[in-house]
Design a protein around this ligand. Structure first.
Ligand SMILES: [Zn+2]
Length: 382
């Protein structure tokens, strides 16, 4: 009897310690999950229960010096489906195919895909989005966002630049002032149960988007328009590949117009000019052609100042006293500088002319001569 009692006690003690070890391990695991892994699992649960739809911020507009809007936003829609809320998949497929002009196969695959939210099409015209909303189909979401729109199509295209699919600046001022223009996207947060069904009680949490800042330019679209017409005329008559015009305010250096024809359509920036033979072009080659089409020669290329520098030479000559407006010259059509024969642009020569006439003629000979005289004063000065 006594022996038996001791035996039982031993057994109890063993079981007690076994249980203690097991509970210690479980408690340890619990502490590990609840304290050390807490962030990880909270995040996972959130992912499962929250469904996010972003609300795009309106991008800042771009305005010219007169306040004319030259880059604006158009409201467009994004159509998505939420698998768990769909009641009548066939009807949804039928409506979306018809309204969005998509293949049945494409829409059905997305409607039947088991995911929290599936985007069917973005950049859909607002009228079409409204029409789809009017069907009141359960499980179909129509969200509004913005698309960049350029009311002047190709005017000042290389200066303004354009935006990509996510409304981010790609080239020109759109990319240069991206941080001011872009704004901050908002968000619609819906809480769902584990099956993905929205909980009405939890409601929607909205974080409102913050619109981007407007950008005001010194550019004047009237001057830009005239300069573009002129550049096109010159390109036509001279059979040139490219013509650039920059109009600058001499008082402060502000740019009033910057033209580099041929320009391109900002509303269809990925369309190459009609005459381009795109058949058999590799993607790389096509991108190269697009880059060439978007390139702003006024900024990216160098060009010798040429005759524009004659103004500086003339001013230096008059101020240095090496020439007066009445000085007489005779242009035979060329001048020798050391062993080089420098031609005047008028091969027959301008003949007899005073300094005022020479300036009006932009005579190369007179200004070469004047530069020689300027060099003499400079030598004396140093
Ligand atoms: Zn001359």
């Amino acid at each position: 009897m006594v022996k038996n009692k001791t035996y039982n006690r031993k057994k109890i003690v063993t079981i007690f310690f076994a249980c203690l070890v097991i509970f210690t391990i479980l408690a340890g695991r619990l502490v590990y999950l609840m304290i050390f892994q807490s962030d990880h699992y909270t995040e996972k649960a959130k992912e499962l229960h929250e469904r996010e739809r972003s609300i795009k911020a309106a991008r800042g507009r771009i305005l010219d010096v007169n306040g004319t809007v030259i880059a604006d936003n158009k409201t467009v829609c994004t159509i998505s489906v939420i698998h768990n809320q769909i009641k009548d998949p066939d009807r949804i497929v039928e409506v979306l195919c018809k309204e969005l002009d998509l293949s049945e196969d494409y829409v059905r695959r997305r409607v039947e895909k088991y995911s929290s939210i599936e985007r069917i099409k973005s950049n859909v015209e607002k009228e079409i989005g409204d029409a789809i909303r009017a069907y009141n189909l359960e499980g179909v979401k129509v969200d509004e966002d913005y698309k960049r729109y350029y009311p002047y199509d190709s005017l000042a295209s290389k200066v303004l630049g354009f935006t990509g699919g996510d409304n981010q600046g790609i080239i020109g001022l759109e990319v240069k002032y991206e941080e001011y223009l872009k704004g901050e996207d908002g968000m619609i947060l819906t809480i769902t149960d584990a099956k993905g069904v929205e909980l009405d009680a939890a409601g929607e949490e909205r974080v409102e988007p913050i619109a981007g800042n407007d950008l005001y330019l010194s550019l004047d679209m009237n001057i830009q328009s005239y300069a573009t017409q002129l550049a096109k005329q010159v390109m036509e008559t001279k059979q040139a590949d490219r013509v650039s015009i920059i109009v600058m305010n001499p008082q402060n250096g502000e740019l009033m117009a910057m033209v580099d024809v041929p320009e391109f359509d900002l509303n269809q920036p990925y369309t190459l000019p009609e005459e381009t033979d795109t058949a058999g072009l590799t993607e790389e080659k096509k991108q190269e052609l697009l880059n060439g089409m978007w390139r702003n020669g006024c900024i990216s290329d160098t060009y010798e100042p040429g005759s524009t520098f004659k103004i500086v030479t003339a001013a230096a000559g008059l101020e240095g006293g090496v020439v007066t407006t009445e000085d007489q010259f005779s242009c035979p059509g060329f001048i020798m500088v050391e062993d080089r024969r420098i031609r005047c642009h008028k091969i027959a020569g301008h003949g007899a002319e005073d300094f005022v006439q020479a300036t009006m003629n932009s005579c190369n000979l007179v200004f070469t001569e004047l530069q020689n005289r300027n060099d003499i004063i400079r030598c004396r000065l140093y």
